[in-house]
Design a protein around this ligand. Structure first.
Ligand code: DGL
Length: 269
């Protein structure tokens, strides 16, 4: 492992590509190895023990691929497994929650912040913790939106069914007079336009991916791990645990690079 080694990024499926996309924009010389656990998506309704087990398997796989740092591009896995994984593995491991909470704390003007995410993320209250660490006066309104992940994995980002679900899940947050809404699941930025249409211009949407890519850059700089001999074009690699073709098609609609291949990888227990 050296400063020219790749960065490992993982999620339950295509959601983490919203974070990979931001890493590609902000630190374009870096190469990414992405793992989407498409055989076991969704993570949002699974237990902490299960998510720790899955995260451990994926991190081992990425470390075997020689990565120099890992981004958990999944709020659920960040909420349930980041601390444990950081204690277990001797490699920088960056999650998405703290960066998202910091961005929201800076954005809110009325100190009323909404968070949407999976059941796991919302019930963990991890965003409340980080938001109130920054500013104890912030009132946090959480709402689990379990069906959003499946709608995104099915490519239904622009669909009347999705619009109906957005209305059903988010109406109560709008009535709570929030001025900032955290997209607390990495799949949700893919619904950004539909959510924006529903909540209107007075609510600021926070996509934690921007701040996460910034945090990653800071960690790489601080550990002298920024790529020193960048390739002309980074050769990113994509691995999935199922449905490689479907993943590839969706990935090509999300990422700025050409995803030629998604490689099927069955992880060992
Ligand atoms: N994209 C992930 C998250 O940020 C996981 C969603 C899921 O698989 O339920 O939580």
């Amino acid at each position: 492992m050296s400063s020219d080694s790749p960065i490992g990024v993982f999620d339950s499926g295509v959601g983490g590509l919203t974070v990979a996309r931001e890493i590609m924009r902000q630190i374009p010389n870096e190469t990414i190895i992405y793992f989407g656990d498409t055989a076991r998506v969704p993570y949002g309704n699974k237990s902490k023990e299960t998510i720790i087990k899955y995260s451990r398997q994926i991190i081992r796989f990425l470390i075997d691929k020689g990565v120099k740092a890992i981004v958990i591009a999944c709020n659920t896995a960040t909420a349930f497994a980041r601390e444990e994984m950081s204690a277990e593995f001797d490699i920088p491991i960056i999650g998405v929650v703290r960066p998202g909470a910091n961005a929201a704390a800076a954005a809110t003007r009325n100190q009323r912040v909404g968070v949407i995410g999976t059941e796991g993320t919302i019930n963990s209250h991890i965003y409340n913790e980080f938001l109130n660490m920054t500013n104890p006066d912030i009132k946090v309104f959480g709402k689990a939106c379990p069906l959003f992940v499946n709608l995104v994995e099915e490519g239904m980002t622009d669909d009347p069914v999705t619009d109906a679900m957005i209305k059903r899940y988010i109406s109560e947050l709008v009535n709570d007079d929030i001025d900032t809404l955290i997209l607390g699941c990495t799949h949700y930025p893919l619904l950004r336009h539909a959510i924006e249409r529903f909540v209107g211009p007075d609510i600021t949407l926070v996509n934690p991916a921007y701040e996460t890519a910034r945090s990653l850059k800071e960690v790489l700089l601080a550990s002298d791990l920024m790529c020193k001999n960048p390739p002309a074009v980074p050769k990113h690699e994509f691995y999935v645990s199922d449905g490689a073709d479907k993943f590839k098609t969706l990935a090509n609609t999300i990422l700025p690079c050409d995803v030629r291949d998604a490689i099927l990888e069955v992880l060992n227990e």
